[in-house]
Design a protein around this ligand. Structure first.
Ligand code: M6R
Length: 610
């Protein structure tokens, strides 16, 4: 959701801001804008729609100036429009905002009583006007910002310009991400690392309500209370700019599907030591993973689907009860959780508002909290007691693919370690299993060879209006993920069902040529799946099945068969192979339908509001 970039340095700021906004596009937005200090003062340009609209407004000769802020807006308060786009100005203040101001009505009434007039419907303009009031009293940016923060309730990352202070950008955050990029004779602010990678890989994290100030030569952070400077070691991003570019692919999503073998290898190998699972590189000690009553997994969307696979793995390998919870439900559910439970929080971005709130609640109840996160230094990573980083690199497409695979892989590793520590598996058993885990990357590479048949099947399915996915056990979890992938990027309606549930209602929707994608990777229940597929076929449905190499699928049970590679050496690992054709089918259908695959409508990559 919303993206922020700010630049102060030697280059033409308009170029830097536009490039930064381009790199933030993946977060999802419906309008964009920039403000910069020019020879004739502070100028603002904003436009509804894609960045190309803003570029058209700016014209060929970009306004000149070496310091400015930019923003991509995902509408919350007020429709997408030119006037609601950021930056917002009041008096000598111009600012951009990510997050939601919860008490904006209350503050707006106070300002209205003072005779102030509002141009937009946004909560952000309320912040600009409030800050302007404070600045008129204090005449000093930091004092005015600090006083304003006392009035704000909600989440915010702010980039602020004061007309009297050309070349200086102020920034502050609470519950929304913000970093400072450190360059040579130039500094930046940004809502995420991908926006600054062209200029620097060194950055400072800004903690809640600290006030940052950047100029070309300086990047200072002031503590929330008082005026003292905070000393902080810079972080270094190990993502390079190439990882955040398409590299010849038509879409990021397709590139990221192909990156899965590498991401899996990068995530698994640091945690394997002498044929055993070892989390010492992550400082997750054995005591932390021992002696708990239950495991509660909490996440949203695709991350939650990875958690569902995690439940199967931990329960079957370690025989410990696990629940999987949707974060937005968990946070309001008064959960039964305490110091004897391990709460595992899963998030690619590490910034998902509901997941972060669920983590805070679990901590409040005294639970042990372990995060599985992709973005280093994100809020969830910082707030959880322990963190296991996945090494997927930047995931730019809104539809999560490689992040799902590495989250799932992390659950294999965790399940094995917990199984060992709980006495359920000995080192020999683990050793044999780890050998198979180390072959996962090759298995997924082999699974990518299903791409041509997935393309053909996509052409068969592209004109459908409703699709169904069915599976049992692990395959049901996969079905949910396959269905989510399809609907979010292709806008086709689809639903996933536990295969045995179909005849309890949904089968009434199966008529001539209605597509049903059956995931059937588990041999112990293959016969049951074949019966369910026959039930669909008997009603005229069109069945596509994804199954293990060598599975015997009778002709009357399926129209198309996708065989997984014979390098799937253990059925428990089959989800990591089977997810690939599910992702590819969704991708190919969305491409054939001409959808904006990487930036589907209404969606944001990182959902930082409730
Ligand atoms: O960043 P997170 O993993 O916390 O995001 C959770 C969901 O918003 C995310 O997985 C979403 O469902 C994806 N767009 C699905 O592809």
């Amino acid at each position: 959701m919303c993206g922020i970039i700010g630049y102060s340095g030697k280059l033409q700021a308009a170029n830097v801001l536009l490039e930064g906004l381009r790199n933030l596009e993946y977060r999802g937005y419906d309008s964009a804008g920039i403000s910069l200090f020019t020879k004739s003062g502070l100028k603002t340009y904003k436009a509804q729609g894609r960045l190309s609209q803003l570029e058209a407004l700016l014209g060929e000769n970009l306004p000149e100036g070496q310091c400015g802020i930019g923003h991509t807006r995902w509408a919350t308060h007020g429709a997408p429009s030119n006037v609601n786009a950021h930056p917002h100005a009041s008096g000598s203040i111009t600012l951009v905002h990510n997050g939601i101001l919860e008490n904006y009505m209350e503050l707006k009434e106070v300002l209205l009583k003072k005779g102030r007039v509002f141009a937009s419907q946004t909560d952000t303009e309320v912040i600009a006007q409030w800050l302007d009031e404070e600045y008129q009293q204090a005449h000093e940016p930091i004092k005015a910002i600090r006083k304003t923060l006392k009035a704000l309730k909600g989440s915010y990352a702010l980039g602020i310009l004061f007309a009297e202070h050309p070349g200086v950008i102020y920034a502050v955050r609470k519950d929304s991400p913000l970093i400072i990029g450190l360059g040579q004779g130039e500094n930046l602010i940004a809502s995420d690392i991908t926006a600054i990678l062209t200029y620097t890989r060194d950055y400072l994290l800004v903690e809640e309500n600290e006030i940052a100030m950047i100029t070309p030569e300086q990047a200072k952070i002031y503590s929330p209370e008082g005026e003292q400077l905070v000393k902080r070691e810079p972080c270094r991003a190990d993502w390079d700019i190439g990882a955040a570019q398409k590299g010849g692919y038509a879409h990021f999503m397709r590139k990221e599907i192909d990156e899965q073998p590498h991401a899996l290898e990068a995530t698994i190998s640091p945690r394997v030591n002498n044929g055993q699972i070892d989390f010492s590189v992550d400082h997750v000690e054995d005591a932390f993973l021992s002696n708990f009553h239950s495991v509660q997994i909490v996440a949203c969307g695709t991350a939650m689907h990875a958690g569902m696979i995690g439940k199967h793995l931990i329960e079957s390998l370690a025989r410990i009860p696990v629940s999987v919870n949707i974060a937005s439900e968990y946070r309001y559910s008064n959960p039964i959780v305490g110091k004897d439970d391990l709460v595992i929080i899963v998030s690619q971005s590490g910034e998902t508002a509901d997941t972060l709130a669920a983590l805070r609640l679990a901590k409040l109840h005294g639970a042990r909290t372990l995060a599985i996160v992709n973005v280093v230094g994100s809020s969830i990573a910082r707030e959880a007691e322990r963190v296991l980083y996945t090494y997927a690199g930047p995931e730019i497409a809104v539809a999560s693919t490689k992040a799902y695979s590495v989250q799932t892989a992390m659950f294999y590793l965790l399940a094995l370690r917990i199984a060992y520590l709980s006495g359920n598996m000995d080192t020999d058993k683990i050793f044999r299993y780890v050998e198979k885990i180390q072959a996962i990357s090759q298995m997924v590479k082999d699974s990518l060879k299903t791409a041509p048949i997935c393309k053909e099947i996509a052409a068969d399915l592209v004109d459908s209006s409703d699709l169904f996915y069915i599976g049992r056990g692990l395959d049901y979890c996969l079905s949910l993920e396959g269905s989510l992938k399809l609907k979010e990027i292709s806008y086709l309606h689809s639903e996933a069902y536990a295969a045995g549930e179909l005849k309890h209602g949904t089968i009434s929707l199966i008529t001539e040529k209605v597509p049903v994608i059956a995931v059937a990777t588990q041999s112990s229940i293959l016969e049951k799946m074949i019966s369910n597929m026959r039930e669909v076929k008997a009603r005229g449905g069109f069945v596509v099945v994804i199954c293990q190499a060598g599975s015997n699928i009778p002709e009357d049970a399926a129209d198309r068969v996708i065989y997984l590679p014979d390098s799937v050496k253990d059925e428990l690992l089959a989800p990591l192979a089977a997810i690939v054709p599910l992702q590819l089918i969704a991708y190919e259908i969305a491409s054939l339908r001409g959808c904006d695959v990487d930036k589907p409508r209404n969606l944001a990559k990182s959902v930082t509001v409730e």
